[in-house]
Design a protein around this ligand. Structure first.
Ligand code: SAH
Length: 251
């Protein structure tokens, strides 16, 4: 078993002073208890202050322990709104971006989301958040090392509705289609047609996509929302974002 990082390695003085008790030592149960819950609640309050309002997403962000998904050297930054390296040149997305994208997916539905496809499992954090708001989650990763890392990170959560797949997410995952929602954690030049094909009518896709500058060059990535209606696809381009590149094939 991998040694779980102790949490918190460092706390804000306001929190530690208020609690006035020593930091947990390494032989205490790893990463459990009120300390990580309090710091996570502060993260949720910050997200709410930035405009996150969906109670389903706020609750999910409060429940999933992000510090269990990052390397032990980075545990003290786990609840800051920052992306962090997870190995093999990839990053865990910022909590602000994870919650923003999942809120966009949830807007199309009342209650629980149905089946969701995630492209880019990475360390498995966003997959765990999705599994809280959806009935079923299929998450695909193309890098074997990260697919295995996610499996290890998620083992303790025993999420029966989360299915981790090793494969090229540009092809989607036809066996699970149609999906109520599709979310990509990596951005390409265009949306693969497999994704919109595998989206249910009434479903919504959220993904970063490169935007062309006036001169024809690639300017930046933006968050794109695609709604599939009985009349066809409706695309909305939102704010600029910075995601790792979407790549084809396995590695
Ligand atoms: N949701 C992740 C974020 C990981 S970063 C988390 O919570 O940690 C994005 C991931 O997308 C990387 O791991 C990268 O390897 C993966 N990726 C890029 N192109 C892909 C593709 N075609 N299929 C599956 N995964 C892909």
């Amino acid at each position: 078993m991998k040694q779980r990082p102790t949490f918190p390695a460092r706390m804000d003085s306001s929190v530690s002073a208020a609690k006035a008790k020593p930091l947990p030592s390494t032989n205490l149960p790893q990463g459990l208890g009120m300390d990580s819950m309090a710091v996570r609640q502060r993260m949720v309050q910050k997200l709410a202050g930035q405009g996150l309002s969906d109670p389903r997403v706020l609750a999910a962000m409060g429940r999933v322990e992000r510090h269990r998904f990052v390397d032990s050297a980075l545990v003290n930054q786990a609840y800051e709104d920052t992306s962090l390296p997870i190995g093999l040149g990839q990053t865990i997305s910022k909590p602000g971006v994870v919650s923003r994208m999942i809120e966009l997916l949830c807007q199309a539905t009342e209650g629980k989301l149905g089946r969701v496809l995630e492209i880019g499992t990475g360390c498995g954090y966003q997959a765990a958040v999705l599994s809280e708001v959806a009935t079923e989650v299929y998450s695909i990763e193309r890098l074997r090392g990260l697919h295995e890392k996610a499996r290890e990170n998620l083992r303790f959560l025993r999420l029966a509705n989360l299915h981790l797949l090793l494969g090229d997410g540009m092809l989607g995952y036809a066996q699970g289609a149609p999906y109520a929602a599709i979310i990509a954690a990596a951005g390409g030049d265009a949306l693969p047609t497999a994704w919109t094909d595998q989206l249910a009518v009434g479903g919504r896709l959220v993904a970063p996509v490169a935007q062309r500058a006036a001169g024809g060059g690639v300017a930046a990535q933006a968050l794109v929302v695609v709604d599939k209606t009985s009349q066809g696809l409706r695309q909305t381009i939102l704010e600029a974002v910075h995601f790792v590149p979407l790549k084809s094939g396995l590695a």
